[in-house]
Design a protein around this ligand. Structure first.
Ligand code: PRF
Ligand code: ZN
Length: 374
């Protein structure tokens, strides 16, 4: 019997690649895959209102257990009966466990049982265990929770990565035992860095546990494209076929094509919003710097092919002016556009997969733009 709190339906696999067209049904709504998830670390997708997120067809957002635990804290989240209510977001939410964020802090210590770190707020010592991360994610009330994993530096040596794989498995076991689903799905995370035998080990360990979905972690953490490509090609399609597959922290067009081609369904990344706040637009022809004086008199929209609010209402020259004056509207307009770009990219991928044209779509995308294929 399938008692998973989410339902995954595999609709079609592209005839010529591993690209999958799927659907995830949650109690807060349905997610078509491949899907791009905007990042709302602090209970807000930076600069955007919920209605703007809905306008660009956002289907699910990602939030962060670590950040929300620090602020506003569990008392507030409990008082508001979870994050959906707190931020008035009605669609699905996925929460990251905090592992990745904690490991990017200085002075983080790792034991077999837990990870110990200094609060970036007041320097006090905080401990995170797999169980505590799940408790936090339960209070947040996300539709999909992630297990606490050990994501170490991509330049780490074999023994350190091996140790992180073992801890990640022990913690996944503890998480699986502890988690009381009650409507919340739980995804496992495969680690193993760039070592194929350790990836293999981690994959068989994590997939031996019955999670509602599986993620590839530890990629896009500073390694070369060819290294992530090698891992994705070898392991993307080894993840269980009947569950959603999520690659954590990727969102460039290049990495999304590579991931979808190798059978991944879900992605998240701060890239579109972060680039937007810094004045760079993603377009179907490539990146466009709106701070450049080249667009000062440009009356065209950012992208003639884009259907977003920004492109329907404003010129490049106007947005250039907003950035020159550091007006907040510039950041809002570019965040809308860049997120819409990523979301319409996955929408077009879905259509291409349904028609067995994924390869054709990919070739066309890269031959008509300056994005690098690698
Ligand atoms: N683990 C977790 N979150 C993550 C990652 C990971 O490895 C990454 C790596 N790209 C991003 N976010 N828990
Ligand atoms: Zn646009």
């Amino acid at each position: 019997m399938d008692d998973s709190p989410i339902k995954f339906e595999l609709i079609h696999i592209d005839r010529y690649t591993g690209a999958r067209r799927g659907r995830i049904v949650t109690k807060h709504g349905t997610i078509e895959t491949p899907v791009f998830m905007p990042v709302g670390t602090n209970a807000t997708v930076k600069t955007l209102t919920n209605s703007l997120l809905n306008d660009i067809n956002t289907e699910i957002i990602l939030a962060n257990a670590f950040h929300l635990y620090l602020r506003p804290g569990l008392e507030v989240l409990e008082h508001f009966q979870g994050l959906h209510n707190f931020m008035n977001w009605e669609k699905p939410i996925l929460t990251d466990s905090g592992g990745f964020q904690v490991f990017s802090l200085p002075n983080t210590r790792l034991t077999d049982e837990k990870v110990i770190f200094k609060s970036p707020l007041d320097g006090s010592q905080i401990e995170l265990t797999p169980e505590k991360s799940l408790d936090i994610q339960k209070v947040i009330g996300s539709d999909i929770a992630m297990v606490l994993d050990v994501c170490i530096n991509s330049l780490s040596g074999y023994d350190a990565v091996k140790d992180s794989v073992q801890k990640t498995f022990n913690w996944a076991l503890r998480s699986k035992r502890y988690h009381n689903s009650n409507g919340q799905a739980l995804f496992g995370i495969v680690q193993g860095g760039l070592f194929e035998d350790l990836r293999n080990l981690s994959l068989s360990q994590i997939t031996s546990l019955d999670f509602d979905g599986y993620a590839l972690g530890g990629l896009a953490v500073g390694e070369k494209y060819q290294d992530s490509e090698k891992i994705l090609k070898a392991f993307g399609n080894k993840l269980p076929e009947n569950k959603p597959r999520y690659i954590m922290g990727i969102g460039s067009p290049t990495m999304m094509f590579l991931s979808v081609e190798n059978g991944l369904d879900m992605f998240d990344c701060v890239l579109p919003t972060r680039m937007g706040r810094h004045g760079t637009a993603l377009t179907w022809k490539g990146k466009l710097n709106l701070k450049s004086s080249e667009v000062k008199f440009d009356q065209k929209p950012i992208d003639e092919k884009c259907d977003c609010y920004t492109c329907k209402n404003h010129s490049r020259g106007y947005i250039h002016h907003l950035f020159k004056k550091d007006e907040v509207l510039g950041k809002i307009l570019l965040s809308i556009h860049n997120l819409r770009f990523n979301i319409s990219l996955v929408e077009k991928m879905r259509e291409a997969i349904e028609n067995d044209e994924f390869k054709f779509f990919k070739d066309e995308f890269f031959s008509s733009s300056t994005y690098s294929l690698t």
